[in-house]
Ligand binder design. Structure first.
Ligand code: GAF
Length: 399
């Protein structure tokens, strides 16, 4: 089981590591969570709707500002690979920092370009630690971007950007798109910056209007399990499946003469108009997935959280068969979770690997875990790691 580390203890540990590394205590410590999306997959870049929760795992980051135009970043995950860059000379094309530190440098670049950081002179010392599994489609990179963005905003622009999480999410996304080079949408950064504990974030990715909807899992005797298949996939690969899906959606929108697939109002007419069977499948997924987000929110409002399970299953089938972003390990995780007694399960995030989520009655967790372990052992596949994801709060300063 993936156990969340106690927040306070982690914050103190990161603070102590910073002090030991740099010889003085940090100005502050921030935490930003990863996310699991409950519904609305591959809808964000189609201007659609999403419904994520923040995870009890995230990035904890300590920072002190300096005035030497130098940023030094150290990570507990890459102790041998400290990153140093000069903020005033950062460029995105080509990116000045290309390893893991690109997420920190990219956010610095993005905030500085938008006028939220001093143009010259400002620097920082940074130490960070993460307990979001990397490459598991649980937004470890957005958690790093958002911890960095919030720390920088509160340090350098406390009365401006620090008060505006919608803009902060856009700037963190810009870092990922334009500096790191991953063509992601706005889902992950919004979840990390705007979710609320025990709620799901109902986000319109066109207007960025959002509402936190109560997710009374515990009251309904339910838990959300995250199942990390340990099959990793990078959405930054420009010739990879994620970028290709984006291009297909854009092409379908162009043929259908709509600004984005969110604007398709008559699915049957749209499918009839498209001659390419691949594009037809992509459109079918996006349009029905947006409907499923509305349906999921309807169930939450009607206090029928257990009924989300059927929507999870329908979403997974659509992602598997129409959007074609699942993989055998995700399919097996979903199938085994359901066979073990889950109310429903689906892949979450970009797909091609990563994690699934399952809605499970609290007294069936052991059965579900056993079913997953047995199914993977049967095939001789690496055993997934499972954790209970109690929906957590968005990014915040913790010390
Ligand atoms: C990844 C992307 F980063 C998100 O923007 C979103 O498109 C998601 O895949 C799929 O819903 O997490």
């Amino acid at each position: 089981m993936i156990e969340p580390k106690p927040r306070e203890e982690t914050a103190q540990r990161v603070r102590a590591a910073f002090t030991e590394t740099y010889g003085n205590a940090p100005a502050g410590v921030w935490h930003a969570p990863g996310r699991a999306n409950l519904m609305g997959e591959h809808t964000d870049y189609n201007d659609g709707l999403v419904l994520p929760v923040a995870l009890p795992w995230g990035v904890t980051l300590a920072l002190t500002p300096t005035d030497d135009d130098t940023v030094e970043v150290r990570s507990a995950q890459y102790p041998q690979e400290p990153v140093t860059f000069t903020p005033s000379t950062l460029t995105a094309d080509p990116p000045t920092v290309t390893n893991w530190g690109g997420y920190v440098a990219g956010v610095w670049w993005s905030l500085r370009h938008a006028g939220h950081l001093p143009a010259t002179g400002a620097g920082a010392r940074v130490y960070l630690d993460s307990d979001v599994p990397a490459g598991a489609a649980l937004s470890s990179s957005a958690a790093l971007e958002c911890a960095t963005a919030l720390a920088l905003a509160q340090t350098f622009d406390p009365t401006g950007l620090a008060q505006d999480r919608q803009t902060m999410a856009r700037l963190a996304q810009r870092a990922e798109n334009d500096f790191v080079g991953a063509p992601s949408g706005i889902l992950d950064q919004s979840a990390s910056l705007r979710c609320q504990a025990d709620h799901a974030l109902f986000l319109d990715c066109r207007s960025l209007g959002a509402r936190n909807v109560t997710l009374p899992l515990a009251q309904a005797g339910l838990r959300l399990l995250v199942i990390n298949t340990k099959v990793t996939h990078r959405i930054a690969d420009t010739d990879g499946g994620y970028a290709q899906r984006r291009r297909e959606c854009e092409e379908a929108a162009r043929i259908l003469d709509v600004a984005a697939l969110r604007d398709v109002s008559d699915l049957d007419a749209a499918l009839e108009h498209l001659t390419d069977p691949v594009l037809r499948r992509r459109v079918r997924h996006v349009v029905t997935e947006i409907h499923r987000v509305n349906a999921a929110v309807g169930l939450l409002r009607a206090n029928a959280v257990a009924d989300l399970g059927a929507l999870f299953n329908a979403s997974h089938l659509s992602l598997r068969d129409h959007f074609e972003v699942s993989c055998p390990e995700l399919d097996l995780a979903v199938e085994a979770a359901c066979a073990g007694g889950a109310r429903g399960a689906r892949m979450t995030g970009g797909g091609f690997g990563g994690s699934a989520v399952a809605l499970v009655a609290h007294d069936r967790i052991d059965d579900v875990c056993a079913a997953i372990a047995a199914a993977f052992a049967d095939r001789g596949w690496t055993l997934p790691e499972v954790g209970v994801a109690t929906p957590a709060d968005a990014a915040r300063q913790v010390l």
